[in-house]
Design a protein around this ligand. Structure first.
Ligand code: SF4
Ligand code: SF4
Length: 104
């Protein structure tokens, strides 16, 4: 499979709100692990205060995100915070405004 390329984009439009039109921009946020949902150890990092967070790679996205499909590779074991982040919520819309690059 070819290596995906990161390109800059202008902010995505407000409508329609769909995960497929924003390149998983919320998966660039810091995700704290506040419950044990079975996230594999290799995807866990420690923040400056000793708390467990999802590891993010140099491109800014979560290490558990597939860069080709832009889908979560640990969906059944994803952290509680990811489960509670609703598509179309105020937080979601805010993240969509801030998107600056996507993989193609
Ligand atoms: S939940 Fe919202 S911000 Fe996250 S990928 Fe879906 S549309 Fe984008
Ligand atoms: S665990 Fe999955 S849903 Fe949560 S930030 Fe990472 S890739 Fe996104």
């Amino acid at each position: 499979m070819p290596t995906p390329t990161l390109i800059p984009v202008t902010p995505v439009p407000e409508e329609p709100v769909s995960c497929s039109t924003c390149s998983a921009c919320c998966c660039q946020l810091e995700v704290m692990l506040i419950t044990d949902t079975g996230v594999p150890r290799r995807f866990i990092d420690t923040d400056d205060w000793g708390g467990e967070v999802m590891l993010r790679l140099d491109d800014g996205w979560c290490a558990a995100l597939d860069r080709n499909s832009m889908r979560c590779t640990i969906y059944e074991k994803r952290p509680l915070i990811c489960r509670e982040f609703e598509t179309g919520s105020a937080e979601c819309l805010e993240e969509r405004k801030g998107i600056s690059s996507i993989y193609v």
